[in-house]
Design a binder for this molecule. Structure first.
Ligand SMILES: C[S@@+](CC[C@H](N)C(=O)[O-])C[C@H]1O[C@@H](n2cnc3c(N)ncnc32)[C@H](O)[C@@H]1O
Length: 332
């Protein structure tokens, strides 16, 4: 079971996942006894629910105040169950990030030191996918990516711009996007000459529809927890039209051990692997490949990368007609 880490400077996004054991730095901070007793009772509750229902959305979850919900539907009804609550949910989420410094440390919730491991893990996964999905690993294509919930453009700058001829960024928080625009200006990055950040969309995912057939890869990292289940599903259904043939999504996220964990402060939900898989099915997406991120500090949530496709083909066809190559992916 996952619990929020109540020690100061804990990340809102990369949270503690102890087996009721706090991280070492946390131990020195005189944790209230209440915290441990809560862990024990939550643990029991999770195990019970897990064994009763195979459906992750029917498994209980908890919030950052230690409250439990018997299932995800109950949590969503309470937090985004009507138009007013849903509007509040999204505006609170953006307001949280508006108060965060536009830096690597800021977007990683005080865990800037995980940047290198994160980028290296993503790069290895991306290389595998490009090699498998595209002829010549995509070298003969004009590769275009979309970085969703891009923050300050950390992933674009450190990874995507080295592989993609063009990268578009989508980010609802204006001061993050301004910082991205600045740091991705041609004079401020070392990516190959012809590679550039092209469009900067200041909109949230739940309101975005991509241009048809523009992207080889749509990268969604550490931001999908802000979307309700219904908006998660409708975003991916709309976004499929944005993929080129053979294109794919990469979703990289924190993973709850069971059910879900709601962070009331930044209005985000950390979902379990099973929960994600049920949502992928609702999106009509095929789980092409997944990989665990390694090398992150023990006290943090597990992080998993999912490659999602609109087709079920294991590998991309090596011969593709010109007319097919210019057509957007099929919407299922
Ligand atoms: C933990 S940061 C991660 C930023 C970036 N993906 C990275 O890994 O460096 C979460 C990002 O999600 C953005 N975000 C919050 N609500 C969002 C929404 N509804 N749609 C898209 N992005 C959102 C935040 O503004 C923030 O930039």
């Amino acid at each position: 079971m996952d619990v929020l880490c109540p020690y100061p400077y804990a990340s809102k996004w990369i949270r503690s996942k102890p087996n009721c054991e706090p991280p070492v730095s946390f131990l020195s901070l005189h944790i209230p006894f209440r915290f441990f007793t809560q862990c024990v009772s939550f643990g029991r509750r999770f195990r019970t629910c897990d064994s009763v229902s195979p459906k992750s959305m029917e498994v209980s979850g908890s919030d950052s105040d230690g409250r439990t919900f018997s299932n995800a539907e109950e949590m969503w009804r309470e937090h985004a169950g009507d138009d007013n609550r849903k509007t509040q949910w999204y505006s609170d989420g953006v307001a949280y990030w508006e108060g965060v410094e536009a830096s690597v440390e800021g977007v990683l919730g005080g865990f800037g030191q995980v940047n290198d491991a994160d980028i290296n893990g993503s790069e290895a996964f991306l290389n595998t996918l490009l090699a498998e999905r595209f002829v010549d690993g995509g070298k003969s294509r004009h590769l275009v990516a979309l970085d969703c919930g891009s923050g300050i453009g950390r992933i674009t700058k450190n990874l995507l711009l080295r592989y993609f001829n063009e990268v578009d960024l989508l980010e609802p928080v204006a001061h993050f996007l301004d910082a991205a625009r600045e740091s991705l200006a041609p004079e401020n990055h070392t990516a190959p000459d012809m590679h550039k950040a092209t469009n900067f969309f200041c909109v949230p995912l739940q309101e975005f529809t991509p241009d048809a057939g523009r992207y080889d890869v749509i990268w969604v990292q550490w931001c999908i927890g802000h979307l309700t289940d219904n908006d998660f599903v409708s975003f991916f259904k709309r976004a499929k039209i944005g993929l080129k043939p053979g294109g794919f999504f990469v979703l990289k996220e924190n993973i709850a051990r069971n059910g879900f964990v709601l962070d009331k402060e930044d209005r985000s939900v950390t979902r379990s692997d099973l929960y994600f898989k049920e949502l992928f099915t609702r999106c009509g997406l095929h789980l092409y490949k997944s990989r665990d991120q390694r090398g992150l500090p023990e006290e943090l949530f597990a992080v998993r990368m999912y490659a999602l496709t609109t087709d079920t083909a294991k590998k991309a066809s090596k011969t593709r007609s010109k007319s097919q190559a210019n057509r957007p992916g099929i919407i299922k």
